[in-house]
Design a protein around this ligand. Structure first.
Ligand code: ZN
Length: 138
């Protein structure tokens, strides 16, 4: 059995953004040479998510509105976590959007449903942050 590990770096220019990272994950799978197995992709930060959904701008707007309704960024004073930090909302958003995805690898490809794409969800951006890709198989 082979194993492969790669870190992907992202730098969102705004506090929140959703980035389709499917091309970078697909490239990591190609580099691994693994044809059959399992791919794990996770955010390495507790204020960012990796999740699978549709690459459709209306839906991305809906996610923003929904998450702001659940855990509004402001006022910062509404959260006990905010003292030296102002990112309590980002921790909460990350929790509901999830830490990682697992995708089957079949015949050297990500074995997706028709509209599935992998996203990096940034909730406390304006700095470089990492995503881990780990692939095992043969
Ligand atoms: Zn924090």
């Amino acid at each position: 059995m082979k194993n492969f590990r790669k870190e992907l770096w992202f730098h969102a220019k705004s506090r929140r953004s959703l980035i389709n990272i499917t091309p970078q994950v697909t490239e990591a799978l190609r580099e691994s040479g693994i044809k059959e197995g399992i791919l794990l992709c996770n955010a390495m930060h507790i204020t960012a998510s990796v999740f699978i959904n549709d690459d459709e701008s209306g839906l991305h707007h809906d996610f923003e509105v929904w998450l702001e309704g659940l855990a509004p960024e402001k006022p910062y004073s509404r959260y006990r976590h905010n003292g030296y930090e102002d990112n309590a909302d980002a921790h909460l958003k990350r929790s509901i959007m999830g830490r990682e995805v697992v995708v089957a690898v079949t015949e050297g490809k990500l074995d997706f449903g028709p509209w599935e794409r992998i996203f990096y969800g940034e909730f406390d951006g304006k700095r470089r942050k990492r995503v881990l890709v780990k692939i095992i198989g043969e």
